[in-house]
Each structure stands twice: as C-alpha cells, then as structure tokens.
Design a binder for this molecule. Sequence first.
Ligand SMILES: Cc1cc2nc3c(=O)[nH]c(=O)nc-3n(C[C@H](O)[C@H](O)[C@H](O)COP(=O)(O)OP(=O)(O)OC[C@H]3O[C@@H](n4cnc5c(N)ncnc54)[C@H](O)[C@@H]3O)c2cc1C
Length: 293
Amino acid sequence: MKPAAFAYYEPTTKAEALELLGELRWGAKVLAGGQSLVPMMNMRLAKPEAIIDINRVKELAYIKEAEAGLMIGALTRQRAIERSRVVKKRSPLLAEAILFVGHPPIRSRGSVGGSLAHADPAAELPAVLLALDGWVHATGPSGTRRIPAAELFVGPLLTSLQPDELLTEAWFPFLPPGTGTAFLEVTRRHGDFALVGVAACLTIDQQGICTRAAVALLGAGETQVRSAQAEACLVGYQMDGQAIEAAAAAAMASLEPVGDIHGSPEYRKQVAGVLTRRALGIAWGRARRRSQL
Ligand SMILES: Cc1cc2nc3c(=O)[nH]c(=O)nc-3n(C[C@H](O)[C@H](O)[C@H](O)COP(=O)(O)OP(=O)(O)OC[C@H]3O[C@@H](n4cnc5c(N)ncnc54)[C@H](O)[C@@H]3O)c2cc1C
C-alpha cells in the first residue's frame, strides 16, 4: 500500500523544524525513524498533509551524562542506546530493555523520541522512563517545558505533546546506590511487541529495607502504568520473598488489561503477576549484590 500524498520538509536545524511545526501544526507529522509512522501512513491509518523529516537535525542525536541522569536527544537511534557503554554502566534498566525493542534493523532506524512520542502501550521505552521517574523536554512556540513520564502517556498512541511541540530530549535519572533493576517481557515471537512486560526497580538500605520501588507494566492497560499498589507492598518493608509475592499479587489485582486476539485480559493479568514476581526477584538479587548484603 502507498501513503496518501503529502508535502515533504527536511529541516537541518532544530529551530527550522520548530518553525515548520509552528506553521503547519495539525496538518504535519514529525518523521524520525519512520518505523511506526511509515507503516501507519502506508496503511492510511495516518494521513498527514505534511511530513517534517528531522533526520538531518544532527543536534537532536546525543547521549550525555549529567549529574542526575542520562540526557538523550530525541533523534538518538535505539541501536546507539544498545551500543552505548555509558548507558550500560549508568542505566542498566534502559540497557536491558532496549534489546526487547523489535529487531536490530528496526533499532538502527527507530529513535528514542519516536518511541516515546508514538506511545504504543506495549512499547518498552515508555515503561523504562516511567519506572525511573524520568521526563522529556518538549519545545514549542511558547518555549520548552518539562513533561514527567507520568503525565506524558495519556492513552493508546496518545501523549500530552501539543501538535506544534517537538520532543527534543528524554531524561533517564540515575537511581541511588543499593538499587537493582530488571526488565522482563513475554512475546509470541522474538522481537514482537510485548504481550505484557515489566520494568522493576528496587532500592534497599544497609538493613535490607526497601526505600524505593517501581513496578511499571506495559501491554497491561491503555498506557504503560506504574502499580502504586505493588509498590506500597514494598516500600518501608524488609525485603523478602513474602514482600515480593504480595507485590506481585497487588500488581495483578490493580490492572485492567485490554484483551485482543493475542491474549485475553485474564491471561495478561496472570502473566503480569508472574513477570512482576520474577522481575522483582531479579532486581532484589542485583540490589543485594550492589549493597553487598
Ligand atoms: C516490525 C516492527 C517491530 C517493532 N517492535 C517494537 C517493539 O517490540 N517495541 C517497541 O517499542 N517498538 C517496536 N517497533 C517500533 C519502533 O520501536 C519505532 O522505532 C518507534 O515506535 C517509533 O520510533 P521512530 O523513530 O521510528 O518514529 P516514527 O515512526 O518516525 O514516528 C512515530 C511517531 O512519533 C512522532 N515523533 C517522532 N519523533 C518525534 C519528536 N521528536 N517529537 C514529536 N513527535 C515525534 C511521529 O510524528 C509519529 O507520530 C517496531 C516496529 C516495527 C516496524
């Protein structure tokens, strides 16, 4: 299938891209890696009047280490994340999750900003951003604003970005010492979108008490969700198998997954519980090794 006709713009600077977005607003779509937008256009699920191709805007592609976290430019390819030593060292959750995104050719084109802006409920990167309490920067005609992950993903393929805003950067905060993380998902075939997945983070103190927990689930609702109920079973408690069991049961009970041909809501709920238990177990083991408990 072929897309409907569209006008094509190829800015080379962020300022130029923003000017075009401001002029064209609702009629235009930003093209990054094209791994989601192009199939949607080919199937005529998206019919933008204009495409603003940001692939020549080199200033949007970078990985920088700041004091509080990794700053990743929107056009940074997913493959660059996978290959980055700094990501591996400083953000193990992101490094682990990126390998679940499609296949190498998809990650070679697909961008971090594209994945976050596309907001597929089964995508990995939004769940990682949520689990780490990360945020994005979006720039539009009235300047740049910071959008926390919890406010970015508002529905299936829907974000709080305005049509004239460009997602320019994502922040993946570092977690404190004594933290272990884990990412797990279930797919029908390797490289498929997840049926269900979980990004888990656990921070423990020297006494083995949990001081921070994050359980972010994908494929288990209309957007990626943090299970506050699961986290409440962990924070403030001595970490042990029982706390993990309770958190997994709470995660399962808190979800309202949507069923489709790949899995019923009951199946997704069940898998979410099992994955949460396993991911928390792995994260706890890693946290203990890091705090040498
Ligand atoms: C076969 C296949 C398997 C896949 N499997 C997975 C998977 O398992 N997990 C997963 O997460 N993804 C998967 N993907 C999707 C892939 O990760 C995409 O790369 C990603 O969803 C979109 O990134 P992109 O750079 O290609 O964005 P594009 O397709 O170019 O754009 C996607 C959307 O985001 C908007 N957008 C892009 N960049 C910006 C920006 N900077 N500011 C504002 N809006 C922007 C576009 O306008 C468009 O609406 C798969 C894709 C394919 C084709």
